[in-house]
Design a protein around this ligand. Structure first.
Ligand code: HPA
Ligand code: ZN
Length: 349
């Protein structure tokens, strides 16, 4: 067992599977775009924008961020910038959410959003050392009709850029009307996921994986409340995209990372990946998250390298791309170890 230093784990190569472009946007950029689009910005210093103590307050600020985004160029800018920031956090591959429900309500068509987002992904792939695919999250409070529209829109796009459909925003709504949207997404060959068991019950996780065909679950904080479901998730190797610090800062369902069930989930054999959720709004990225779990759970370097590799297992890239990522990560693990005077890994992972 090798001691993991914070500095070392920040530098590990990472996959990130739970991150929202709107929540990853830079406050300074949002202020500029708000001004350009004639939207009132609620604070003088953009750094003051991102203060919240629960999911509802967070979503109110999310709405301000989204109101500032109106043109395809606006969406290009925040998508590209947040991929630049991801590179700084050591992310080599990211599957990222965009949530058009907020701006659709303000009259911006989803096609405008996607024009900017998809162009930014193509540009970032060419310019930056990061791979990326997008997941369209429908807005749960907007209901089943909106969900179905989003599934059909997503289904008609290039699958190499838009790989899946998910759902976010408040969890305390009736989820059963989303069945048709998930069925349509499946027919279109989209991968499926859903925010579930974040501040709502484990029943929503059960719905996702038993009724909606979800291949991953976003958050899954409440999974261990249901031992049978936990056994099923382990058995079916359904990954969770866990965001411990977000659960402390946004959903406010746990007082600190040390009290989070992440370590217990992994101990039981759940494929629980580690992610930031909304790094811009939280001012806390996935490198910070790696450092936070080392501090909270005393993880060894081997465990942290395994967490990094589990991101590759859980991602939806084609098999050859996953194999290439794995080889690259293993080589980088050993290079990093060598730079700290540590012996190479001995075939672990
Ligand atoms: N939960 C619900 N809605 C969201 C989240 C989240 O973690 N992030 C952005 N929108
Ligand atoms: Zn989220």
């Amino acid at each position: 067992m090798t001691v993991a230093t914070e500095e070392h784990v920040r530098r590990l190569p990472k996959v990130e599977l739970h991150c929202h472009i709107e929540g990853a946007s830079r406050a300074g950029t949002i202020k500029e775009l708000a001004q350009a689009n004639g939207v009132t910005f609620p604070v003088d210093d953009p750094a003051d924008l991102y203060h919240f103590t629960d999911l509802n307050q967070f979503l109110d600020i999310y709405a301000v961020v989204c109101a500032s985004l109106q043109t395809a160029d606006d969406f290009h800018r925040i998508t590209y910038e947040c991929l630049e920031d991801a590179v700084e956090a050591g992310v080599r591959y990211r599957e990222m959410f965009f949530s058009p429900g907020f701006v659709i309500k303000l009259g911006v068509p989803v096609s405008t959003v996607w024009a900017g987002v998809s162009a930014a992904v193509i540009d970032a792939r060419a310019d930056l050392d990061i791979g990326c695919r997008m997941i369209l999250d429908f807005d749960k409070p907007s209901g089943g009709g909106h969900a179905l529209e989003m599934a059909d829109f997503a289904g008609a796009q290039d699958r190499d850029l838009l790989i899946g459909m998910g759902a976010d925003s408040v969890e305390r709504v009736d989820h059963r009307p989303f069945a048709a949207a998930y069925e349509s997404a499946g027919r279109h060959g989209l991968k499926r996921t859903m925010h579930a068991g974040e501040d709502g019950p484990s029943d929503n996780i059960a719905l996702a994986v038993r009724e909606f065909g979800c291949e991953r679950v976003d958050h899954g904080f409440r999974l261990l409340d249901d031992p049978e479901l936990t056994a099923e998730i382990i058995d079916r190797r359904i990954p969770l995209t866990v965001c411990p610090t977000s659960n402390v800062m946004i959903a406010n369902v746990v007082p600190d990372v040390a009290s989070h069930p992440y370590a217990r989930q992994r101990e039981l054999g759940v494929l629980a990946t580690l992610n930031s959720d909304d790094p811009g709004m939280m001012r806390f990225d996935v490198a910070d998250e790696y450092a936070a779990v080392v501090g909270a759970f005393d993880y060894s370097l081997e465990e942290m390298e395994q967490i990094s590799l589990d991101g590759i297992t859980a991602c939806w890239a084609p098999d050859d791309e996953k194999a290439a990522l794995r080889s690259r990560f293993e080589a980088e693990f050993d290079q990093l170890r060598s730079s700290y005077g540590l012996p190479a890994r001995n075939g672990a992972g």
